[in-house]
Design a protein around this ligand. Structure first.
Ligand SMILES: Cc1cc2nc3c(=O)[nH]c(=O)nc-3n(C[C@H](O)[C@H](O)[C@H](O)COP(=O)(O)OP(=O)(O)OC[C@H]3O[C@@H](n4cnc5c(N)ncnc54)[C@H](O)[C@@H]3O)c2cc1C
Length: 460
């Protein structure tokens, strides 16, 4: 017998989940705090665009949305580096010319909601959840100023980083949770198109201005604009707290982002109109309660955005859940238990990967040793395709579990250090003795990581 499913949140993950559940015969009701963004012509909040990679596309395949989204997605084949002196460099992401894709968050969310409704899910807008009596699955909502309670049969909290269901879990016994705010905030700014609507920087790249303790990135939009995001400490020598006047902002951009500033006629207006937002990482265990409720997406694992994986990870939660439903039918005690066991280590891993990548993006990408290492990784991938794949490629271009990718970091660091300690790699390749040693080292690396779980269809 099918169960009725209640989902909190019609964001990216809640909307996708409702499609997946409807396709499997469940009755689905979604309660969303905000008005319908399609009618209200509002944005979906947070960043205007996001980077979608392999895990995200796989979930869209499951929903049947790939064909709709593909024409709106702009491939980004690598990082386009902007130095303070105006010099630029392009670093490809993969050896096979693979890309991550810039997609409009609002457009994606609107399409997911519409498809969910077409499949028969009902979305109740302007219904804010205030809390859940977890033991009894009673959901407290408010709508138009009035309180309302719902008796949920099966409940999912897809209500984002500040999830009401997660908060309610924390009031139960033996629940571990923590949340950590980064001392950095972010602010969105805009690069405008040219006179005929053309992109004024390379369109097929993720632009990055690494400046050590802070950085700016820019992703292309289909209308010729780029959405820039400035990540900077809230306090300190160079910080949001020090940028109080138009002169302060002009000075920073003249000295650090001059090439971008020339393309940002609305810089001052954007800077003082757009909010400075916070970045949070959350952990919680368990992610579910009996056969009655579970957390999914940011509600289960809010992470910082530096690997471009938050939505991708939330979508992967959905594909894993779909697989479990297909295997275990209506046995929700088993499904939720296995979902929790499978996904929690991956949620923790992607949170840690995202924090690590912040240092890489704001600092290391401009470092010559780091750049050399990237070239060597690429060559190793070409020479030993069955034995070496870089962690970045595992995360962005494969379905290898995040938890496996993170466990490969140490072994890859050891391998690359060994190789780089021998001097110029590309010169050394001319010596057969070096090539023999290289094969031995790669084999040792491969043996060290081989016992890890690389997942089924890992590179599919
Ligand atoms: C600056 C920035 C850049 C990012 N870039 C990327 C990227 O490039 N790639 C990527 O994969 N990820 C990125 N992310 C992460 C991504 O935005 C999130 O992981 C993703 O939005 C999570 O989707 P979700 O549906 O779980 O949560 P959300 O998108 O937050 O949706 C939650 C929904 O629940 C609703 N809601 C909240 N509280 C309640 C309540 N109490 N009652 C009812 N409804 C409620 C909200 O209104 C919302 O509609 C980025 C995040 C930020 C902040």
């Amino acid at each position: 017998m099918s169960r009725n499913v209640t989902i909190l949140g019609a964001g990216l993950v809640g909307s996708l989940l409702s499609i997946i559940l409807k396709k499997r015969g469940y009755e689905v009701s979604v309660y969303e705090r905000r008005p319908d963004m399609r009618a209200a012509n509002m944005s979906a909040g947070k960043s205007i665009n996001l980077a979608m990679s392999a895990r995200g596309w796989k979930a869209l395949d499951l929903a049947g949305l790939r064909a709709d989204m593909e024409p709106l997605a702009i491939p980004m084949y690598g990082r386009y580096l902007h130095q303070p002196d105006g010099q630029t460099a392009f670093q490809p992401y993969s050896r096979h010319n693979e890309a991550i894709y810039s997609v409009s968050r609002g457009e994606l969310n609107r399409k997911l909601m519409t498809l969910a409704e077409q499949h028969g899910a009902s979305i109740h807008f302007e219904h804010k959840c205030h809390g859940v009596d977890v033991a009894n699955n009673v959901v407290q909502l408010s709508h138009n100023g009035a309180d309302k309670t719902i008796q949920a049969d099966l409940l999912f909290g897809a209500d984002g980083a500040f999830s009401a269901l997660r908060t309610s879990y924390t009031h139960m016994n033996r629940v571990n949770c923590d949340q950590h705010y980064l001392e950095y905030g972010y602010k969105e700014l805009t690069i405008l198109p040219g006179a005929t609507g053309e992109w004024l920087m390379e369109k097929n790249a993720l632009h990055i201005w690494p400046r050590g303790k802070y950085m700016m990135i820019a992703l292309p939009n289909t209308d010729g604009t780029f959405t820039c995001t400035m990540f900077m400490p809230f306090e300190g020598e160079v910080s949001f707290a020090k940028l109080n006047t138009p002169e302060d902002v002009h000075h920073l951009f003249d000295t650090q982002f001059a090439d971008a500033k020339a393309l940002m006629p609305t810089l001052i207006e954007d800077f003082f109109t757009n909010p400075t937002a916070s970045l949070i990482t959350t952990h919680i265990a368990p992610w579910h309660y009996k056969d009655m409720s579970a957390l999914i997406g940011d509600a289960a694992h809010a992470i910082v955005p530096f690997y471009g994986q938050g939505m991708n990870a939330g979508f992967e939660d959905c594909t894993v859940l779909a697989d479990l439903i297909d295997t275990h039918g209506n046995d929700w005690a088993t499904i939720l238990n296995k979902y929790d066991t499978a996904r929690k280590p991956n949620g923790d891993a992607v949170a840690a990967l995202a924090l690590t990548n912040f240092v890489e993006m704001r600092d290391k990408v401009a470092d010559s040793r780091f750049l050399e290492r990237k070239k060597i990784e690429k060559e190793l991938g070409n020479r030993f395709p069955d034995r070496f794949i870089s962690v970045y490629e595992m995360v962005s271009f494969s379905h290898i579990p995040y938890n496996t990718a993170i466990q490969c970091i140490q072994a890859q660091d050891k391998l690359l250090e060994r190789i780089m300690n021998e001097g110029d790699f590309f010169v050394n390749l001319a010596q057969s003795s070096f090539c023999d040693s290289l094969t031995t080292w790669v084999n040792e690396y491969h043996a060290a990581v081989q016992q890890l779980d690389f997942g089924k269809n890992a590179t599919g």
